[in-house]
Write a protein that binds this ligand. Structure first.
Ligand code: KMH
Ligand code: ZN
Length: 279
C-alpha cells in the first residue's frame, strides 16, 4: 500500500478556541488577540504546525469581523511560523455571507465543511451551493482548504466537489475528520477506518475527537498514518476528572504520542510543502 504524503511525521493542528465555549465558563480559553498569540507561540514550541482559528469580540463572543480577522492573521504570521487556518464554519448562527467574507482576510488555509450536520441541539448548515462557493473562492484566492468531515456522507460530497469543480489551491487534498459531535459520526477506531476507505487517493487526513472521544481518535489516527488536531475547541478535559490546563498541554501530549508512534511532529515548513501552502 502506498504511503500517504507526510506519513513519516505528524501534522499537529491546534484548535485553541472554537465558537462554542463561553469564556465565563472556561477561564483559560484564549479569546483576546494577546491570549491567542501567546497560545500560538506556546503551541508552536510544543510541536504544533498549524492553528485553526476562531476569534471573539470585546465581550468574548464569537465574531467574523473582517478587520479583526485580518489583524489576527497578521499577528499570528509575525509572531509564529504556524500555518494560519481561519474557520469559515464560525458559529452555527453565522450567516453564509459572513462566513464567505472570512476568505477576504487571506489566510494560508481555511476550513470548508462538506455538508450539513446536526450539532448537539443545533444544526450546522452547509448547503451544497454554499460549499461550492467556498471551494471556488479559495481556488481564486490561493487559499488551501481543509475539508471538514463530520459524517461519512461528507466524504461522498468531497468526491463530488473535486469531480465537478477541480482540485483546490495547492493541488493537494487535505481533510479533517471531526468525530464524536452529537449528530455526526462517532469518534472511534472502527469509524475512522470506515472513513479512510472513502478518502480520495493521495489525500492526507487529520482527525480530531470531540469531548471524551479525543484520545481514542488521536491514537487511531496516529496508528492509521493520519495527522491530528487537538485543542480546547474540541475538548476541555485532559483526563477523567481533570480539566485541560491550556492548549499547549494538549499539543504536548499529542507530540509525545506522535514520537512514540515513530511519526514525530512535522515543522510548519514541511507541512507547507506537503499541503501546497505558500511558503
Ligand atoms: N463551530 C462549528 C459550528 C469549522 O471551524 O470550520 C463549526 C466549526 C467548523 O467549528
Ligand atoms: Zn472550528
Amino acid at each position: 500500500r502506498q504511503r500517504r504524503p507526510g506519513a513519516h511525521g505528524t501534522l499537529i493542528t491546534v484548535a485553541p478556541t472554537g465558537a462554542e465555549h463561553a469564556k465565563a465558563d472556561v477561564e483559560n480559553l484564549p479569546v483576546t488577540l494577546d491570549e491567542l498569540v501567546r497560545t500560538a507561540r506556546d503551541c508552536e514550541l510544543a510541536g504544533a504546525a498549524m492553528i485553526h482559528v476562531h476569534i471573539r469580540d470585546d465581550n468574548a463572543r464569537p465574531t467574523l469581523d473582517l478587520g479583526r480577522l485580518r489583524e489576527t492573521v497578521a499577528a499570528l504570521r509575525s509572531e509564529t511560523k504556524l500555518i494560519v487556518q481561519l474557520s469559515t464554519g464560525g458559529a452555527v448562527t453565522d450567516p453564509e455571507a459572513d462566513r464567505l467574507r472570512v476568505l477576504d482576510a487571506l489566510p494560508d488555509s481555511a476550513s470548508c465543511t462538506m455538508g450539513t450536520v446536526n450539532f448537539g441541539d443545533d444544526v450546522f448548515l452547509n448547503r451544497w451551493e454554499f460549499v461550492v462557493e467556498l471551494h471556488r473562492r479559495m481556488q481564486e484566492r490561493g487559499i488551501v482548504p481543509e475539508y471538514e468531515i463530520f459524517d461519512l456522507g461528507h466524504l461522498a460530497a468531497l468526491r463530488r466537489l473535486l469531480d465537478e469543480h477541480g482540485l483546490p489551491a495547492g493541488e493537494h487534498v487535505h481533510l479533517d475528520l471531526v468525530m464524536g459531535v452529537p449528530g455526526g459520526m462517532p469518534g472511534d477506531a472502527e469509524t475512522l477506518v470506515a472513513a479512510l476507505r472513502m478518502i480520495p487517493d493521495g489525500a492526507t487526513f487529520s482527525a480530531t475527537g470531540v469531548g471524551r472521544t479525543t484520545l481514542p481518535v488521536l491514537l487511531a489516527s496516529l496508528s492509521a498514518g493520519g495527522h491530528v488536531r487537538v485543542g480546547m475547541e474540541d475538548t476541555l478535559s485532559y483526563a477523567r476528572g481533570e480539566r485541560v490546563r491550556d492548549n499547549a498541554q494538549l499539543v504536548a501530549r499529542a507530540a509525545g504520542l506522535a514520537k512514540i508512534a515513530q511519526r514525530p511532529p512535522l515543522a510548519p515548513d514541511e507541512v507547507r510543502t506537503i499541503l501546497g501552502v505558500r511558503q
